[in-house]
Each structure stands twice: as C-alpha cells, then as structure tokens.
Write a protein that binds this ligand. Structure first.
Ligand SMILES: NC(=O)C1=CN([C@@H]2O[C@H](COP(=O)(O)OP(=O)(O)OC[C@H]3O[C@@H](n4cnc5c(N)ncnc54)[C@H](OP(=O)(O)O)[C@@H]3O)[C@@H](O)[C@H]2O)[C@@H](O)CC1
Ligand SMILES: [K+]
Length: 544
C-alpha cells in the first residue's frame, strides 16, 4: 500500500520517532539533505562530472534546515554554493539553526528579511548556476507569501544557463502539502524529493504540475507500533494501485451467473450510445450478463448495435420495478445518456425507494440492497433537491460525479474547494469527497486527473492519472460512461463499492495508457483483455 500523508500526520510520525529515542531531529535532517543530494545526482548524472554552481534558498523553518545540509554536502563535493536565508538566523528552529551554523563554517549566507519590500533580487543572478535548491517552505507553509518566490523566479530567469535545474525539498514552496493547492504563487520544480511518504499535495490539484518528478527518500522512520500507531490507519489516504490479478480472474468452475447480471438503463432514441458504452465496459470487465434496459421505441436502435449484450424492455418506472423483482439483476447503472426526466422517474425505483411515484404506494420496509452506480444525468436530476437523493441512497451505491456534477449535489463543498485559499492547510479534494460521502451515505468517486474515492467511514484513496500514469487522452467524450460501466460490472461480480470504484478507476487509466494517443471512449473496453493479461503476468506465480 502506498500511503499519502498530511503535514500533520507527518509531524506526528516524526515526533513519535524522536520521542521514542530511536532517532534525533538532527539525524532526520541530515538524512533528508543527503537524500536530496543523492536524488539530484541520480536524476542528473552530468552534474557529477564536474563541480558546478548552486543557489540554495532557505526559509525560516526546518525546510530551510534541510537546505543548509544540502548546501554543505554540495560544497564538500567541490561545488560553489550561494546560500540565501529568508528569515532571521536567530529565530531558526534548533536543528535548522545547528545546520545553519555548520554551513557558516564553510561559507557565507545572504540574509534577507521575509518582507518582500526589502528584496534585492539582483543578487540571485548567479552566473553559471546549474542547480537551484528550494528549501523555503515544506510542510509548514501556513499562508501565502510572495517574496522569495519572486526572488526564485528571478534566479531562474536571470541564470545564464538555460538548463538550470530546480529541485524542491519536500514540496515546491507555495504548494500546500495537504491539498496540492497553491497559496498565491509557487515555485515550479523539475524534481521534488520528499521524505518517508509522499504527501497528499503531491498528487492532488496543482501538485503534479508544480512538483516535476517525485522522488521518495527513506529517512529511516519506522512505522508506528501496532498498538499505538502515530497515525490511525483509517485516516491515511491511499494511492490506488495495481489490483491483484486474483480479484479479477474467473474460476474455471464458475458459470455466468456467478459473475452477476448488470443492467444499464438507457435514454430516449438517439442518446443510447452512452448506455451502450457503459454496457460494453461492464461486459468486458467480466460481469456474467449485461442488459441494456430501454423503452419500446429504443429497441430497434440498440438491437442494431448489440450482440452479446441483451436488451430488456421497461416502459417507465412501474415496468422497471417489475423487472427488478428478479433478484439476479444485481447491479444497475443509471445516468449515461439517460436524460434528467427519465432519471427522476427511475432512480427511486433503482434505489429500492418504493414504487414509482405515479403509483403512490408506501415505501417498502426493507428495500433490496442492489448495487447502483449513479452518474451524469442521474446526478444532475437531483440538482434542485440533493437531499431527496441522499435520503434514498444506501451503502451499495456509488456516485461518480465530475466537478460540475459534484457542485450541483454539494454546492457548499464545491464552493469551499473553489475559493482562493488564504491559509494552509487548504481545503482539499479529499476533504470535500469525504464530507460528500458522509452526507450521501455511500461511496463517492470524484472524477478528474486526481480522482478521489471516499466512503462514509472516511476511508479515502486517490487514483492519480499523473506522473508515470498520466493519461491525457482520457479527456474524451464517453470516457466517463465507460468508467461507470467498469464499476457496475465489478459490482455485479461482487466487489464492495469502494473496491469496485478503485479497481474501475485504475483499469480505466490503464486502458487509456495501453491505447495511447488517438484514444476514443470505444477503445477503452477493448483494452481490457490486454490489461488483464498484463496483470496476470505481473502476479506472483503460484508454487507448484
Ligand atoms: N517532519 C519530518 O519528519 C521531517 C521534516 N523535515 C523538513 O522539515 C520541513 C517542515 O519543517 P517546518 O515544520 O519547520 O516547516 P517549514 O516548511 O520549514 O516552514 C515553517 C516556517 O515557515 C514559516 N512560514 C510558513 N508559511 C509562511 C509564509 N507564507 N510566509 C512566511 N513564513 C511562513 C512558519 O512561520 P509560522 O507559521 O510558524 O509563523 C515557520 O517559521 C519538512 O517540509 C521537511 O523539509 C526534514 O528535516 C526531515 C524530517
Ligand atoms: K521546499
């Protein structure tokens, strides 16, 4: 499991380790600085071949302390190093001050007031500079600050070397470690070296754009003891990773009904393509049977296009309710191409929230807990009255909003997420998705390149289509319909909502990456066989 931490969680782990006596803060800082230098040489081996010139920008906290360690190590390597401290040397925290003093035995420090009005940026134009080290702010960024960032921008622009590289210590300064949001302005790094575990901000929002490449440096912090972990496991956000092949494999002794029957509800004639995309995705991901549900007038359109996928007729809410008396139909998908009017009629029935409104019968005492994915129009249909939807949702539901749909159902959360952050830690997409899941009472998958998945218990994960999993071609019409279909198919196969959402999101990105440029939504389900084969080959071989 790849865990992602908040700044506070990281401080908790650091404090627990120091208090246990297993390590000192000074040792951690030394390992952090050394890790940065090793990462620089590993990433840019040409810098090893001769001595170079570096500019090291240090801030008023321990991030600055790491900067002084880096400066010392580069100097010992034979480099010429120019160090700038933004802050008062006498106010540095103890470990940073110790490293400031060690550096001062080797070289000068240009001290700057952190008041931007006093900046003398010309000094930063260091001829021949090959490397800029950003040690201004890390996990302790609490508010927007422009001064050193202006200075940094000038250092980069004024450098006469066009290939000057920028390494950020822990996080690019100005980037909120918890949310990936920028407090006013940020340094853009080519590489960010972070310690013990990546932070949420490395993967959320603007994080991936500002961090360059992420390098994880082990500074020897041991996990907390099982009985008293420094961070409760439930509070840790996970990065969604490659699913186990066993979770997706089919057993030889199973038949099609062992893998469930997924229903995809479709809309008026001419809009059925989205439902067919979702249905194809559900079938490819391994649902035993998949049916598109439509009204009489839409049968011809679907029949002309579908073969393995069946067609079931249901003219209106009462007919759907009758259809759903068959309990083998265990997963439903509503939304892709459904139309908001039809969604308003059918969503309550799909959720087992009583019979169709027109019949007016009392709500069933124990509605069937069938898995239901709501996407697109099925979400927009409740924009005027989200509470009505939340009252019907249950624990087997998954909502898959993009940012616009999220804003329609959770306008207050979206507003907080959209507001310009004025202090750190800023409100994050993880915060918003967790609150939304708690309010809705079901799993929420909040789409984007930084897809966040959360369930009402607070468990949360990020499926990042960034860094080495970037999939820009996923931004194409119908891609969301396919994702909804993948999740529905996995639910039909018996996965929990959280597992289905995570696995579906991971496979969605993997299929896009397997296809590459030129991808359209139709291509995504067709890549599933290749992706499943790769998973099988990556799985550890069983002992004979
Ligand atoms: N945790 C670990 O295990 C390890 C951590 N390590 C390193 O420590 C880093 C965290 O150090 P940190 O906590 O001292 O925070 P840091 O980012 O240096 O900034 C705090 C200072 O900045 C100030 N300040 C903030 N915003 C400001 C603004 N806008 N404008 C002006 N000032 C502002 C803030 O002032 P205050 O808010 O207190 O008034 C405070 O003085 C971490 O990222 C990693 O690099 C490693 O050594 C290895 C082990
Ligand atoms: K930094």
């Amino acid at each position: 499991m790849t865990k992602l931490l908040t700044a506070e969680q990281m401080r908790g782990i650091e404090t627990a380790a120091i208090e246990s006596g297993s390590v000192t803060g000074l040792e951690l800082m030394e390992r952090a600085g050394r890790g940065v230098v090793e990462a620089v040489f590993a990433e840019w081996p040409d810098l090893l071949q001769a001595s170079h010139i570096a500019v090291v920008l240090c801030g008023p906290g321990n991030n600055g302390g790491d900067g002084f360690v880096v400066a010392r190590l580069l100097k010992e390597w034979g480099w010429e190093v120019r160090v700038f401290l933004y802050g008062d040397p006498d106010s540095l925290p103890p470990d940073a001050r110790a490293n400031y003093k060690r550096w001062r035995e080797l070289g000068e420090v240009t001290v700057r007031d952190i008041d931007p009005a006093s900046l003398q940026d010309d000094d930063l134009a260091v001829p021949g500079c090959s490397l800029i080290v950003d040690g201004l702010f890390g996990t302790g960024l609490t508010r927007p600050f422009r001064g050193p960032f202006t200075a940094f921008a000038q250092a980069r622009d004024l450098s006469d070397k066009k290939d000057v590289r920028v390494v950020a210590i822990d996080t690019p300064s100005g980037l909120c470690a918890d949310s990936g949001r920028i407090l006013d302005t940020a340094i853009r790094a080519d590489m960010s070296v972070t310690f013990h575990a990546a932070k949420l901000g490395h993967y959320l929002d603007r994080g991936p754009s500002e961090c360059g490449k992420i390098v994880l440096c082990d500074i020897g912090l041991k996990p907390g003891s099982e009985s008293r972990p420094a961070v409760p496991p439930d509070e840790i956000v996970r990065l969604v990773e490659r699913p186990a092949h066993a979770a997706l494999a089919k057993r030889a002794d199973h038949h099609k009904y062992s893998h469930g029957h997924a229903l995809i509800l479709s809309g008026v004639p001419g809009t059925g393509g989205a439902a067919r995309l979702a249905a194809r995705a559900a079938l490819r991901i391994g649902a035993g049977l998949v049916s598109v549900v439509c009204e009489d007038a839409e049968v011809a359109e679907h029949a002309a296009q579908l073969t393995a996928i069946m067609i079931k007729r249901a003219n209106g809410a009462a007919a759907l309710a009758a259809l759903l008396e068959d309990e083998r139909l265990n997963a439903l998908c509503l939304g892709p191409g459904l139309g908001v009017d039809r969604a308003r009629d059918l969503v309550p029935v799909a959720l087992g929230a009583g019979d169709p409104p027109s019949r007016g019968r009392a709500r069933s005492a124990s509605p069937p807990r069938r898995s239901v994915v709501l996407d697109a129009d099925a979400l927009t249909a409740f924009a005027e009255a989200p509470a009505d939807l939340f009252a019907m949702l249950h624990e087997r539901c998954v909502l898959t909003p993009h940012a616009g749909e999220f804003g329609r159902l959770f306008p207050d959360l979206a507003e907080r997420l959209d507001a310009t952050p004025t202090k750190g830690p800023a409100y994050s997409k993880v915060d918003a998705t967790r609150e939304a899941a708690a309010r809705a009472g079901c799993t929420i998958l909040f789409k984007g390149p930084d897809t966040v998945i959360a369930e009402p218990s607070g468990q949360a994960s990020i499926n990042a289509a960034r860094y080495d999993r970037a999939a820009p071609w996923l931004a194409t019409a119908g891609s969301g319909d396919v994702l909804a279909g993948f999740i529905t198919g996995l639910l039909a196969r018996g996965m929990s909502p959280m597992e289905a959402a995570e696995t579906g999101a991971w496979l969605h990105v993997e299929c896009a990456r397997a296809f590459g440029p030129g991808l359209i939504a139709e291509d995504l389900p067709e890549r599933i066989p290749e992706v499943l084969r790769d998973l099988e080959h990556a799985a550890p071989r069983r002992a004979r």
